[in-house]
Design a binder for this molecule. Structure first.
Ligand code: SF4
Length: 483
């Protein structure tokens, strides 16, 4: 949708709202719109102590407009003024667009990628659950189910926050290789058939960075709360490489305070009994085996070379091999999938009784075509049925995030059996503690002021650049906290 701004500079806010409500089309700011042209005109002004915002939206024959206002805030530092202006402008766009939509958005006018974070901060500042529920409904028009997800995730985050040791940090290591690229994937993942020759030098470089990061944390006497090896597909490493990496982590870091050690094994064809043994002997406590769907035709269609039966066999092997907590990822909105197939996948995965189940909604690249079912729309009710099934079996939602261009404007939710919530996932998502990230694509986060301020330091995205710069990256890692 084309849009114009008049009297304000809240371009990001308007963009975010349009992307959130109309994720299937591009949104471009233009200098002006001809009369009666499709598009959104957003205007703001100040009058009699109030900030006013109007939005006029035309979509074909349909037209809607609204004007809202909020009092000018007392604070004079400018930040609160900007916050109220943004909120008023976005709310006006939301209210004007609402009658033109086919479905009411379950997240209302909430656009952030971490919905539980403001909820956690509000509870921390003394707001009780009932008042928070009212606030989410009145200010953002969030549906009842999403308010519940949000508040429950905030409660898990509060508990994780209360359990943190002073200066506790989490460690992430990225293995950006996969057996083959899945058609829907937007991560940097390098197909092994083409890039497999880079794995040995990549592991060597990663060991160098592990040593540097270990030195950093030891110098500053910082305890490590969790380790997470993600990807890509970390089990593209062979047994010897996995053993070398896990041994290096044990040598470099004091793991005495580490409460969780995850390897996101991922695709079943890369998981062997030998690799599971290596993980077990090195104290890995949590693994992921990710079906994405249990529909074989959909798996074939997205370029995965395993079946649902392979997933079940792999799961049984992992259960026999060690006392791992097991997470399983599913994706809603895959090409060729539909409501009933998604629910069958959820039921079949839950029947295995993994400790955690994470349901993602496919995040499309901008402008990509719609997937899912006959209509191309992933209905929130389908996810509600999936969530209800899991909650009926005793799983609880414990962390939550959203992405731009997410199918149906929905969310990703991690479910856990009581007592099995992933500490790393909560800390990383809610920005409760620093995360030191190693490997290409890793983004270290240094958090302050209760996660309100986050300083990010990114490693190069691609392995080639990472290998070329590894000496400098390792040197920087040793001084990351000297700010
Ligand atoms: S296995 Fe995961 S990271 Fe690798 S290509 Fe598929 S979706 Fe992307």
């Amino acid at each position: 949708m084309k849009y114009t701004l008049e009297g304000h500079d809240r371009d990001n806010g308007v963009q975010e709202m349009l992307i959130s409500l109309l994720p299937d089309e591009p949104h471009d700011r233009v200098a002006s719109l001809p009369e009666n042209a499709d598009g959104c005109r957003s205007r703001a002004w100040e009058e009699n102590g109030s900030i006013f915002a109007s939005a006029q939206i035309r979509m074909g024959e349909r037209h809607s407009e609204i004007t809202l206002s909020n009092p000018v805030p007392q604070e004079t530092d400018g930040e609160e003024y900007k916050r109220v202006l943004t909120y008023t402008v976005k709310s006006a766009v939301y209210q004007a667009l609402l009658p033109l939509l086919d479905h009411k958005p379950v997240w209302g006018s909430m656009t952030g990628v971490k919905p539980a974070k403001p909820a956690r901060l509000a509870i921390r500042e003394g707001m009780d659950r009932a008042a928070l529920d009212d606030y989410l409904r009145e200010h953002y028009d969030v549906s009842e189910n999403r308010r519940r997800l949000c508040i429950r995730s905030a409660e898990y985050a509060l508990a994780a926050e209360d359990s943190l040791l002073p200066r506790e940090t989490q460690l992430y290591l990225g293995i950006p290789f996969c057996p083959a690229k899945c058609s829907y994937c937007s991560f940097v993942s390098n197909d092994m058939t083409r890039w497999g020759h880079m794995i040995p030098p990549y592991v060597d470089a990663l060991l160098q960075e592990v040593e540097a990061a270990g030195e950093l944390l030891r110098t500053h006497a910082i305890p490590l709360g969790s380790v997470y090896i993600g990807g890509g597909t970390p089990t593209t490493l062979d047994e010897a490489q996995l053993d070398a990496l896990l041994s290096a982590i044990h040598r470099a870091f004091d793991l005495s305070a580490c409460r969780e050690f995850t390897v996101e094994a991922g695709r079943p064809e890369t998981i062997t009994r030998g690799k599971l043994d290596v993980m077990r002997t090195h104290g890995v406590s949590r693994i992921s085996i990710n079906p994405q769907t249990m529909n074989d035709a959909v798996l074939r269609g997205v370029g995965r070379c395993h079946t649902a039966a392979d997933i079940e066999a792999c799961y049984r092997m992992a259960r026999e091999s060690g006392d791992f907590l097991i997470n399983m990822d599913l994706i809603a909105g895959l090409p060729g999938d539909d409501d009933e197939s998604l629910l069958r996948s959820v039921r079949r995965v839950a029947a295995l009784e993994p400790d955690n189940i994470t349901i993602h909604c496919l995040a499309r690249k901008r402008g990509a075509r719609l997937y899912f079912g006959a209509t191309g729309v992933l209905p929130a009710e389908t996810l509600d049925r999936a969530y209800a099934h899991l909650e009926g079996l005793g799983y609880e939602p414990y962390y939550l995030y959203r992405q731009k261009y997410m199918a149906g404007g929905l969310e990703n939710v991690g479910f856990c059996r009581p007592g099995t919530a992933s500490h790393y996932n909560i800390c990383m998502m809610e920005e409760l503690s620093d995360v030191i990230a190693l490997g290409s694509g890793g983004v270290s986060k240094l958090c302050s002021e209760n996660g309100r301020k986050v300083h990010r330091v990114a490693n190069p995205k691609y392995p080639k650049e990472y290998l070329e710069r590894i000496d400098a990256i390792a040197a920087e890692k040793r001084t990351l906290l000297d700010r």
